[in-house]
Write a protein of this length. Structure first.
Length: 442
């Protein structure tokens, strides 16, 4: 278990990674998160005034969650304990809580920082709850996962959630320039690197300060060195940023964010955006068959009868992905994504299905009308099974006025076709059928 008093940065750690050596120790050195740490903003005031309460820092990697905890450690008069969610169990939690309770009784506060708090299971999180409730500890958690899904509701309700955003490319460019000038960075060395190269590193880093600094360090270490210093070459830099490390967790929130973005872009008939989100998923390691299954769902949910061929295209794309796999199947997914994006849209099938499911769940199970029941035995015929059945094929119009709904749902209508694409024709036909039945029934 890692459980130690946090201290400010130790400048003697010359051999530490660049990102560690340059960890800011004051708000003035901190880059990004202006919405929380700008002049007059709430989190800045909390830290500067030592008004610490239980809180959760939620954001992607490399945006400053642990750094903010270290700043609080340097400002607060409370005992500050760093607690690892990766290596700590309930026994260790109870030991810390016992000590914290003893401090509380003599008027001393304890701040417990839990990195990766989402890794704690429910029982471990529950172990914190009573001590947070009675003020034995002030809990600060850091997480890359949505707290709504990963942290117990009771514990979450007692914490203020601060959302940290990915750093902008401008933030990262500033950070990289600072690293070149800082004495604990490359300030004492002669490093030649262009603004264009720094901007390439910033773009590659995807909002992650740690990735940006680590990439800069790698580029300098692999630079061309002579008596005049080190020059970062384009070819050397290209080797460091040949593949972007995209934020993607196939089981976490980002998985659902990206599939939602794909779905909504297709629904909005935006093929370029839809293709971008699909490629983001593939680049992040998503199973192409998962994407294909979602396209099949979309074909009926959002296109439906407006273009029934959309379902064939989606199923064909699934089969192609199954036969070929990556990387060849990406073009088949592209085919389906762009087809679905450009197809006329109708959610009439989806709304019909949902409305009908609502009635099925809310209303009693209606018996099948006798006219619709088969009567293969004499007993069934005696019980009037099949009595009143009208055979549509025996009529010129292929229509009858026979009631197929239970009496309690006699006039219920679930399917409301739209005027989109081929569904306009279906709408017109359905209206003619209903008018014919109304006329002949009367």
């Amino acid at each position: 278990m890692e459980m130690e008093q946090l201290t400010l940065f130790d400048n003697s750690q010359k051999t530490s990674p660049l990102a560690t050596r340059l960890r800011p120790s004051s708000l003035e050195e901190f880059v990004g998160q202006e919405h929380l740490l700008g002049e007059g903003k709430i989190l800045r005031q909390i830290i500067e005034r030592d008004l610490i309460s239980s809180m959760i820092f939620w954001g992607p990697p490399g945006v400053g969650k642990t750094t903010l905890a270290r700043m609080i450690a340097g400002k607060t008069e409370a005992e500050f304990i760093n607690f690892s969610a990766v290596t700590s169990g309930i026994r260790e939690i109870k030991e810390v809580m016992k000590t914290a309770e003893q401090r509380r009784r003599v008027g001393r506060k304890t701040v417990v920082f839990v990195d990766e708090i989402h890794r704690f299971n429910k029982a471990q999180q529950d172990a914190f709850l009573p001590f947070v409730e009675k003020g034995s500890i002030i809990l600060i958690g850091a997480t890359t996962e949505n707290p709504s899904f990963e942290i117990n509701a009771a514990l979450l309700s007692r914490c203020k959630v601060f959302v940290l955003k990915p750093l902008t490319e401008q933030d990262l460019f500033k950070l990289l320039n600072n690293a070149l000038k800082h004495p604990m960075g490359f300030g004492k060395e002669k490093v030649k690197i262009t603004d264009t190269q720094l901007k390439a590193i910033a773009a590659f880093s995807n909002g992650d300060a740690r990735t940006a600094l680590n990439t800069l360090e790698m580029a300098v270490l692999n630079g061309k060195t002579d008596e005049n210093g080190t020059e970062v070459t384009d070819s050397g830099l290209e080797q460091c940023i040949s593949r972007k490390s995209l934020l993607y967790d196939k089981t976490g929130e980002e998985h659902y964010n990206l599939i939602s973005a794909l779905h909504k872009s297709m629904r909005n008939s935006d093929p370029d955006a839809a293709l971008y989100w699909m490629c983001r998923m593939l680049e992040g390691g998503e199973d192409p068959l998962y994407i294909a299954r979602r396209l099949i769902r979309f074909a009926s949910e959002d296109v439906g009868m407006a273009d029934s061929n959309a379902l064939h295209v989606a199923v064909d794309a699934y089969q192609a992905c199954h036969f070929l796999g990556l990387p060849e199947c990406d073009v088949h997914l592209t085919h389906a994504v762009i087809y679905l994006s450009m197809a006329p849209k109708s959610n009439a099938l989806y709304t019909a299905c949902e409305a009908c499911k609502g009635d099925v769940k809310a209303k009693r199970a209606e018996p099948v009308p006798l006219a619709l029941r088969n009567s293969p035995t004499s007993l069934m015929k005696e019980l009037h099974y099949g009595e009143g059945y009208q055979y549509a094929h025996s009529t010129k119009e292929k229509l009858t006025v026979m009631q197929c709904m239970p009496d309690s749902l006699k006039n219920q209508c679930y399917y409301h076709p739209t005027d989109s694409g081929k569904e306009r024709e279906i709408k017109e036909r359905l209206l003619r059928i209903k008018e014919w039945k109304k006329t002949h029934r009367n």
